[in-house]
Design a protein around this ligand. Structure first.
Ligand code: SF4
Ligand SMILES: [Zn+2]
Ligand SMILES: [Zn+2]
Length: 311
């Protein structure tokens, strides 16, 4: 990389394509952390001495989210991690081994739960049953719904005031475009750095909401954070999101700053229509007791379906 850091005389090691700034290692780390602090402050993501539970997969984003939340709030707020093992061999098991090691290194208490213990099957079973070429995204749909259910149940049991997830700017831009192309206005308006408060749901917050993925990777490397860097889950090729990931990456490469514009557009729209905080009323699922908009929640329907199929 050409040139010096914009803050000091050291050689620059990172320069985002969307802006004029170039940073040395120390000033890049500061720049990244400052933006996370600003995201938290401006969106009031964390208030007072709330207990924070970070959903930690072992990948770079949640590793950076946990590292920074613990660094910024670890002295004033209780910070813990929740590790969910979906049962994806040679992928999540490896990632969670790194996650556990980091938690020990950073002095962060953690709880590890698995699909197998909670539901009686793993994602390999789901993959076998949903079929490799069936409906696009079906395996991932199971994974996402079941993971979210465990995240909510266990973070509530851990008495979390907020559940921190590792979603970054790339994820947000993809979500915005996916919902625009699906014409799903309600879901489009629900995207944002914090989930609406609904009874029975632990509010989820995204501290990396304005942090591009490339920068999260650079931060992890420069801060010496170990993470599981295998690009893809073996089932990932099924996810519709991949198409949007590619689309966003191509646009960002051609027109740097696109991702900030996409997310900025959503923010503008939300300002114009006004934030609707009340959300819909949820009741308890008649099977598992988790909050649901239907009598039996989606996760329980999936579990029942799987049990019928497994035998
Ligand atoms: S890619 Fe799909 S199956 Fe793999 S971890 Fe993500 S949601 Fe689960
Ligand atoms: Zn510098
Ligand atoms: Zn249920």
């Amino acid at each position: 990389m050409q040139g010096n850091c914009v803050k000091c005389i050291k050689k620059a090691v990172f320069s985002p394509a969307y802006g004029p700034h170039r940073f040395c290692k120390q000033h890049f780390l500061e720049f990244f952390e400052k933006r996370v602090r600003r995201t938290i402050r401006e969106n009031r993501l964390i208030e007072g001495r709330e207990k924070l539970v970070v959903a930690y997969s072992g990948g770079k984003d949640s590793a950076v989210a946990l590292y920074l939340v613990n660094r910024i709030f670890g002295k004033s707020n209780p910070v813990e991690a929740l590790l969910i093992d979906e049962g994806i061999p040679k992928y999540r098991d490896k990632a969670l081994a790194i996650a556990e090691e980091n938690c020990r290194k950073w002095g962060v208490p953690f709880k590890r739960v698995s699909f197998e213990e909670e539901f009686g099957f793993t994602m390999v079973d789901v993959m076998r049953k949903t079929g490799p070429k069936k409906e696009i995204g079906s395996t991932c749909a199971y994974c996402g719904v079941l993971r979210r259910q465990l995240m909510n149940r266990h973070s509530r049991e851990m008495k979390a005031s907020k559940l921190v997830t590792g979603h970054n700017l790339d994820d947000e831009a993809q979500s915005v475009l996916m919902n625009v192309l699906d014409a799903d206005v309600a879901r489009f308006l629900r995207i944002g750095p914090k989930s609406h408060s609904l009874e029975g749901m632990v509010p989820r917050i995204k501290t990396l909401y304005l942090s591009p993925e490339k920068e999260a990777i650079a931060f992890a490397k420069m801060a010496g954070i170990e993470y599981f860097d295998q690009e893809c889950c073996p089932f990932k090729w099924q996810a519709k999101r991949n198409e949007f990931r590619q689309l966003v990456e191509e646009f960002e490469a051609k027109f740097p700053g696109t991702m900030f514009s996409v997310v900025g557009f959503l923010r503008e729209v939300k300002t114009l229509v006004g934030e609707k905080e009340e959300g819909k009323k949820l009741s308890a699922c008649s099977k598992c007791g988790e909050a649901s908009s239907q009598k039996v929640c989606k996760a329980c329907k999936m579990v029942e379906g799987m049990k019928g199929k497994i035998n």
